[in-house]
Design a protein around this ligand. Structure first.
Ligand code: PMP
Length: 439
């Protein structure tokens, strides 16, 4: 068969010029600007199932899925219909409404949280969870792991993954030192470092926050027992264990990463954060957890947290409809797709002689080019070949496959990937792997 080749990006280029004239970097979230890989970001004009169509009319198989939310694929007819009906009933009431109750019930049914509070972004969810952990414990110190990204919360921007590492920023100007002074950053997957920090500061630690599985330095799974160890250590010291499932929630399994981790081992986090899939492509996110902790929130308790659009009826309808369609069969299919694509990737890179490791964490996965040893933590993740990824990324793009424009991001599958899409990926890989080898 023929390889579909992208024809040009003139319209995207002119939109990018206009965008740069009116907004910093021409984007509303940094990684979208293609700064790490170079070239013109593609301005998408529509999407359906697993295909994106850009402003020049080029089509791409989408392996970003809006950075996670589009579990079922784009413009799923049942989600679109539910959203249209909800919008026609009114887009925001500023009062409680039924869809947010139904979505909360669905989250409580799937996860170990007793109560949830809805917000509009993952950043808000982690920010609020940290505030609540501090309010509940009366302590200030937060422990996080290098390479984990929890949104752009001031105190969590220390040695963060995702765009922060993509642009080589150690932290960011605009965050007072005093804010990150209360944040202790440890290497991921390192129980000895956790033990050491608790023996020195145990009675000052409000919480440990971690991605349930790291997906913002590429995909780095917690080693077996690591999350359980964190939960246990927190409990021994009166700190809370906050598991950030913004990326993995309702994606790694029906119950998120916890479903293949804590649910099997018999432990639960004190607080969890969710976003992405639970909003079905709309701004909806949440945090939840133990009843005694959650009841500290206003209006029941003194810890303040609020939002004009929190629990928005259109956003929660999109999320609820998505979750109701995300059956066990969907998760089995996602697992199969993730392993099929990983095999294709290893085969193509191997055939072209590109040194690589392909790692997974649940259905998240990513390649590290230019190394052959597993990646366990952030310093390992930084030991990869950015030039090889740049060449690989652009060859995939030219051959109609949209990958994350950074080698510090996981790839995301959607239930809508069909044989056509897989065929396109396989053909693109046969061109992109040699391009990576030549870089
Ligand atoms: N936590 C994790 C684990 C994430 O991956 C992200 C976003 N990629 C966030 C928090 C922040 O979510 P948002 O971009 O919706 O603010």
């Amino acid at each position: 068969g023929t390889i579909r080749v992208v024809s040009g990006s003139d319209v995207s280029a002119s939109l990018f010029d206009r965008a740069r004239a009116v907004s910093p970097g021409g984007v509303n979230s940094p990684v979208r600007a293609f700064k790490a890989v170079g070239g013109t970001p593609r301005f998408m004009s529509s999407a359906s199932g697993s295909w994106l169509t850009d402003a020049d009319g080029n089509r791409y198989v989408d392996l970003v899925a809006s950075w996670g939310p589009m579990l079922l694929g784009h413009a799923h007819p049942e989600v679109v219909a539910a959203v249209q009906a909800a919008a026609a009933r009114g887009t925001s009431f500023g009062t409680p409404s039924e869809p947010e109750v139904e979505l909360a019930e669905e989250i409580v049914a799937r996860t170990p949280v007793d109560l949830v509070r809805m917000v509009s972004s993952g950043t808000e969810a982690t920010m609020s969870a940290i505030r609540l952990a501090r309010g509940f414990t009366g302590r200030d110190v937060v422990v996080k792991f290098a390479g984990c990204y929890h949104g752009h919360v001031d105190s969590l921007l220390a040695e963060a993954g995702s765009g922060v590492v993509t642009f080589g920023l150690p932290g960011t100007p605009g965050v007072p030192d005093a804010f990150t002074a209360e944040t202790l950053v440890l290497p991921y997957n390192d129980p000895a470092a956790v033990r050491a920090v608790f023996s020195e500061h145990g009675d000052r630690i409000a919480c440990v926050i971690t991605e349930a599985a790291a997906g913002n330095m590429g995909a780095v799974a917690p080693e077996p027992g690591f999350n359980a160890f964190l939960a246990r250590t927190c409990r021994e010291h009166g700190a809370l264990f906050v598991s950030d499932e913004v990326m993995t929630g309702f994606r790694a399994s029906r119950q998120g990463y916890w479903g293949i981790d804590g649910a099997v081992e018999g432990w639960a986090p004190d607080l969890m954060t969710f976003g992405k899939v639970m909003g079905g492509g709309f701004p909806a996110a949440a945090f939840g957890g133990r009843e005694d902790v959650m009841r500290m929130l206003a209006p029941e308790g003194p810890v303040y947290q609020a939002g004009t659009l929190s629990g928005n009826p259109v956003a929660t309808t999109a999320g609820l409809t998505t979750l109701r369609l995300a059956t066990d069969e969907v998760y089995t299919h996602l697992d199969d797709l993730a392993s099929t694509i990983q095999t294709m990737l290893r085969d193509a890179l191997g055939a072209a002689g590109v040194p690589h490791v392909v790692q997974s964490a649940g259905t998240l996965f990513s390649p590290y080019l230019g190394r052959t040893e597993p990646v366990r933590d952030f310093s390992d993740a930084q030991d990869q070949d950015p030039a090889a990824y740049r060449a690989f990324f652009h060859a995939m793009l030219e051959h109609g496959v949209y990958l994350p424009p950074s080698s510090y991001e996981a790839w995301f599958v959607s239930d809508s990937l069909d044989d056509d899409a897989l065929d396109q990926i396989e053909k693109a890989l046969s061109a992109a792997a040699p391009a990576a080898a030549a870089a």
